[in-house]
Design a protein around this ligand. Structure first.
Ligand code: GLY
Ligand code: MN
Ligand code: MN
Length: 454
């Protein structure tokens, strides 16, 4: 484990706290374990913010960062609260790091049993003006905070003051997480490479008569066999009409000759997501109408990719995709030029939304829909709408245009149930972007070749 990166992140957060309030104390807990039923739990997944600052994956842990400000500089002390060693429980649940080993293993100054958290926070919060926590997180978190505050307030007659300022710690951490460091980009490249191989595997194995869940199994095989710990989100494997349902899951629908299969699936590797969508013909050969809409979607993606570069806004790739998709819909007479008058009007009136109802991009990182504001931070709070975020080096976005044609009387039946999305992951660099998920081709001819040669 590279302890330094986590120390550097804690120091960077401490510096933000020092700059904002001259000092303070931050408390960030990891995610709770969740019961699935009776004695069985959902697979445990740490909280992303907590992991970002500690690299620690066990449940039941909290991080407290104490920032003591001086005139010109500040001091940082980090405390980890974690599950104590317990030979009996470890037989059942596995080895715990424990507070004795944590400082050396994690490079953190202090570690304590999590049973001491409430008591110790009473001490640490004394005479701190500002506390940085997740605001309005849960009733349980509020209850704990009240308990800590009560302890400090109880010492008032000894001259000890409780904090009087409450700040949102997430806003600071999420701004940090929006910009990925080399370590993170390296993991994301590897995650995307695994997911790309999984998509190729699914294309190669697909045959008419198979069921969606069988392709899902192939994806999972590649993810786990490559060392990915999990899916980054529930895989979508959607045959035929299901491809037009945006949040469909892999079900038991048969994949039929002549229909499309849309797969939106990505693994999570070492805490980082990948997010890839490919759409291919179940029998390995696109029909004319499928190919026409596929090529429009791909052209829209290429237009968006060209706009994914530093200095452009987050919305520019979307606007570029929208123009190409809408022109394509007019060309195929799915939108009627005679009714809409012009491309501009088809976009302005939102007529395209019937066939393209989602955005083209989102941040990608530890979470598939990753954190970070989509708007610029401007001082002028009276401004009605803050401008869209300017893309900068080391931000990571998805680029995922789509077209979804559901059956309707006014639509040529040749287009019914064609749902297409093409999604890649892009790291913004100095001159444009690096597509880290192109280990699986997007070109229709290349997809057909992969399927034919399987
Ligand atoms: N897989 C979720 C998304 O594409 O946004
Ligand atoms: Mn996505
Ligand atoms: Mn996706």
């Amino acid at each position: 484990m590279n302890k330094t990166i986590y120390q550097e992140r804690r120091n960077a957060l401490a510096k933000l706290i020092y700059t904002k309030t001259g000092g303070g104390i931050a408390v960030i807990s990891t995610a709770p374990e969740l019961a699935r039923n009776r004695d069985s739990e959902f697979p445990y997944r740490h909280d992303s913010d907590f992991f970002y600052l500690t690299g620690f994956e066990e449940p039941g842990a909290s991080l407290v960062i104490v920032v003591k400000g001086g005139d010109k500089t500040h001091q940082v002390q980090s405390h980890l609260f974690c599950r104590p060693k317990d030979p009996e429980r470890e037989i059942w649940d596995g080895i715990r790091l424990g507070p004795e080993a944590a400082p050396t293993m994690l490079g953190i100054e202090y570690a304590h049993s999590n049973q001491e958290l409430d008591h110790k926070l009473g001490e640490l919060l004394a005479n701190q003006d500002a506390i940085y926590i997740r605001l309005a997180e849960s009733a349980e978190a509020d209850r704990r905070l009240r308990h800590w505050m009560k302890q400090v307030r109880g010492q008032g007659r000894s001259g000890i003051n409780p904090p009087s300022e409450f700040h949102d710690v997430e806003a600071l951490i999420h701004e940090m997480r929006l910009f990925k460091d080399e370590h993170e980009i390296d993991i994301m490249r590897r995650a995307a490479a695994i997911s790309a191989r999984a998509h190729i595997r699914a294309m190669q194995i697909c045959r008419p008569g198979m069921r969606e869940y069988q392709l899902e199994a192939e994806l999972l095989h590649e993810f786990r066999n490559s060392g990915a710990q999990s899916v980054a989100y529930n895989s979508i494997v959607a045959g035929g009409a299901n491809s037009c349902i945006l949040h469909y899951r892999a079900g038991s629908t048969e994949l039929r000759n002549g229909e499309l299969c849309l797969i939106d699936a990505g693994c999570e590797l070492d805490g980082y997501a990948s997010d890839i969508t490919r759409t291919f013909p179940v029998n390995g050969k696109f029909t004319g109408p499928q190919r026409a809409l596929y090529d429009i979607t791909l052209a829209a993606q290429e237009a968006a990719i060209a706009m994914a570069r530093p200095g452009n806004t987050f919305m520019q790739p979307h606007e570029a995709a929208l123009t190409v998709l809408t022109q394509g819909l007019l060309d195929e007479n799915l939108l009627k030029l005679s009714e809409l008058g012009s491309l501009e009007n088809a976009i302005e009136t939102g007529a395209y939304r019937r066939f393209y109802m989602h955005r083209t991009s989102h941040w990608l990182g530890m979470d598939v829909h990753d954190v970070g504001s989509y708007r610029e931070h401007t001082e002028n709070s009276l401004q009605e709408e803050k401008p869209w975020r300017i893309l900068k080096r080391d931000m990571v976005i998805t680029i995922e245009p789509g077209l979804y044609i559901r059956p309707a009387d006014d639509i040529d039946a040749a287009f019914w149930n064609i749902g297409i999305r093409i999604e890649d992951d892009a790291v913004i660099n100095d001159s444009g972007c690096e597509l880290i998920s192109r280990g699986v081709p997007v070109n229709a001819d290349e997809i057909e070749a992969i399927m034919k040669n399987a």
